[in-house]
Design a protein around this ligand. Structure first.
Ligand code: CUA
Length: 161
């Protein structure tokens, strides 16, 4: 009937409008999420200003300096997605001052089973000391989300003796 035709036309018009609205909302949500993931969490490394010339790091990368009878200063450099130096070998009882920095994005330098927890910031060197009184292997983990391989960003400290 004529009435039914008119009804179906109106219903189809409403349907099109609401499908459009739904697709638009989904698109905005997805775009917003992608923006956050890419720019806020560093999945994509940002441009030159955010980077740091590794050569500009004060001490040579991975350098271990003996500063006392059983004391050392180690420069730890973080980058996507590894710690350097690793594995780090030190004698039992050693007091190690870790100078921690990043060559690219934010990372979190944490040694499991210890109180060591320093954010690795590009362009800034943080410092923390720890005395290793028991021998064994300590895992370095990254506890600052830094991109796709964040969970695999592991290092090792081997305390010998
Ligand atoms: Cu490096 Cu997370």
């Amino acid at each position: 009937s004529e009435f039914e035709d008119a009804f179906h036309k109106a219903a189809e018009r409403h349907e099109r409008v609401w499908v459009f609205v739904a697709v638009l909302m989904l698109t905005l949500l997805l775009a917003g999420t992608m923006f956050l993931v890419v720019y806020a969490y560093g999945v994509v490394v940002r441009t030159a200003g955010f980077r740091r010339d590794p050569a500009a790091i004060e001490a040579p990368e991975g350098s271990i300096a003996k500063t006392g009878p059983n004391a050392y200063t180690v420069t730890i450099v973080a980058r996507l997605w590894r710690w350097s130096p690793s594995p780090l070998r030190i004698p039992k009882g050693a007091t190690v001052t870790f100078r921690v920095t990043s060559a690219d994005v934010l990372h979190g330098f944490a040694i499991q089973g210890t109180t060591v927890n320093v954010t690795a910031v590009p362009g800034i060197t943080g410092s923390v000391s720890y005395t290793f009184n028991r021998s064994g292997t300590f895992n370095i983990v990254c506890n600052e989300y830094c991109g796709l391989e964040h969970q695999g960003m592991l290092g090792r400290i081997v305390v010998e003796g």
